[in-house]
Design a binder for this molecule. Structure first.
Ligand SMILES: [Zn+2]
Ligand SMILES: [Zn+2]
Length: 85
């Protein structure tokens, strides 16, 4: 079963905000985020962002606390036996 290296704290995901240059924060798994916030998010965004979530990629939501920019990034899942190396 492939696992996401970011979810398992095996890789740190660091991204700069393209708008203001501050470090984006990992808001966690997209599915977790939308469980909490789907009530007031546009349904179209939900479906589009969710589309790429699959067995190959784990989708994380990153957001900027400074300018409120947000972006979803996909991280390729790794086979567990590869993580042991
Ligand atoms: Zn993940
Ligand atoms: Zn920003």
């Amino acid at each position: 079963m492939p696992v996401c290296p970011v979810c398992n704290s095996l890789a740190a995901a660091k991204k700069d905000c393209p708008r203001c240059g501050k470090i984006l924060l990992d808001a966690g798994l997209l599915q977790d985020f939308y469980d909490d916030y789907s009530a007031y998010l546009d349904q179209g965004i939900y479906e589009d962002g969710y589309r790429h979530y699959n067995e190959v990629y784990c989708i994380h939501l990153f957001y900027c606390p400074h300018c409120h920019f947000d972006v979803t990034l996909g991280f390729k899942r790794l086979e567990e036996d590869r993580l042991m190396d």
